[in-house]
Write a protein that binds this ligand. Structure first.
Ligand code: IMP
Ligand code: MG
Length: 176
């Protein structure tokens, strides 16, 4: 399958995304109440979301970046999570907020939550994903925060890619 820019339909517009991000940030500001947070952005997909989200967070915050991949390319997940770069600072006693682009099978989310729990005794660990594809879940994991629920569509844009392309779009689109 090849996805062409001219075939993309808008699923969530730039305005819808930005409005929802402000709502999520509001909930987080309420939950953390000024406590320090370590925001962990999962590269590459969550980069746009993480950058826009943290601008609306008002607590003391540090950003960390890790790189994982589960897609071999194209639109099918490999079912295996590769930790490309998962070096993290000492998160013992910290509030950790993992920021992902999408939870699909849930394997990446589960891998990360287990990794953090195995290596650190955090004060809190929350998982936030812009998109939640509940229908394709293979493991029992739910994001603590999510932007939008989507059905089983392959989406691109706003960080999400097809073979590396379309991350730069301001909106989230899909090809039928
Ligand atoms: P999971 O491990 O199956 O939950 O998949 C998580 C990763 O697969 C995400 O972080 C994305 O990078 C990628 N992914 C899943 N669905 C899509 C999609 O519809 N478009 C682009 N990437 C996707
Ligand atoms: Mg990802």
């Amino acid at each position: 399958m090849e996805i062409k820019l001219e075939d993309l339909k808008v699923l969530f517009s730039e305005e819808q995304i930005q409005t929802r991000i402000k709502e999520l940030a509001g909930e987080m500001n309420e939950f953390y109440k000024g406590e320090e947070v370590y925001a962990i952005c999962v590269l590459k997909g969550a980069v746009m979301f993480a950058v826009d989200l943290v601008k609306h967070l008002d607590m003391p915050l540090k950003m960390e970046f890790i790189r994982l991949s589960s897609y071999a390319g194209g639109t099918k997940t490999t079912g295996k999570v590769n930790a490309v770069d998962i070096s993290l600072p000492d998160l013992n006693g910290k509030n950790v907020l993992v920021i992902e682009d999408i939870v699909d099978t849930g394997l990446t989310a589960k891998f990360l939550i287990d990794f953090i729990q195995c290596n650190f005794k955090t004060k809190s660990t929350k998982f936030c994903s812009l998109l939640d594809k509940k229908i394709t879940r293979k493991v029992d994991v739910e994001p603590d925060y999510y932007g939008f629920d989507i059905d089983d569509k392959f989406v691109v844009g706003y960080g999400l890619d097809y073979e590396g392309y379309y991350r730069n779009l301001k909106y989230i689109g899909y090809a039928e």
